[in-house]
Design a protein around this ligand. Structure first.
Ligand SMILES: *[C@@H]1O[C@H](CO)[C@@H](O)[C@H](O)[C@H]1NC(C)=O
Length: 147
């Protein structure tokens, strides 16, 4: 077994990095986020912070499963969910950047309106391209097995 060519090691190292990042920032998260009032910033932060903890085990399980262990239809469903989750994660991260930039510029409408417009255009384009991409792709490694 060659460590560099085995995706299990890559996935496990990403998981370790994610847990490490979560642990070293947890005290600040408890202080600044958990004790703050609920608003859109807090909701986006929590989705962005904890979404990967739902996502990562699914990705690791499917990417490291033995060949043929996951059926073609299941693979396609998981692939679609994972792809939309990735899109959602990117979109939420961008919206957090938008909120931060807006805060830096003292919530100026001259900054907020163009940024929100760009965000809306990018999000709609992203939805269209993700949808088209998923229509054009299949789980290749299972294509010959039963589908
Ligand atoms: C949400 O609440 C936090 C802490 O109270 C605050 O710093 C932040 O500006 C708020 N976000 C929005 C979008 O109002």
């Amino acid at each position: 077994m060659k460590p560099c060519s085995n995706p299990q090691y890559l996935h496990l190292s990403m998981l370790a990095l994610m847990v490490h990042d979560w642990l070293i920032l947890l005290d600040r998260e408890v202080e600044h986020v958990w004790q703050s009032e609920w608003n859109i910033s807090k909701v986006l932060f929590i989705i962005s912070r904890y979404g990967p903890f739902l996502d990562m085990p699914i990705t690791i399980t499917t990417h490291t499963a033995p060949y043929g262990a996951i059926g073609y239809d299941t693979c396609n469903i998981i692939y679609k969910i994972a792809t939309w989750n990735t899109f959602l994660g990117i979109s939420i991260s961008e919206s957090i950047l938008l909120l931060r930039t807006n805060a830096i510029y003292s919530r100026s409408k001259r900054v907020l309106i163009p940024l929100s417009t760009a965000y809306a255009v990018a999000t709609v384009a992203g939805i269209i391209f993700t949808w088209r991409y998923l229509r054009a792709t299949l789980c290749e490694s299972f294509a010959g097995s039963n589908g």
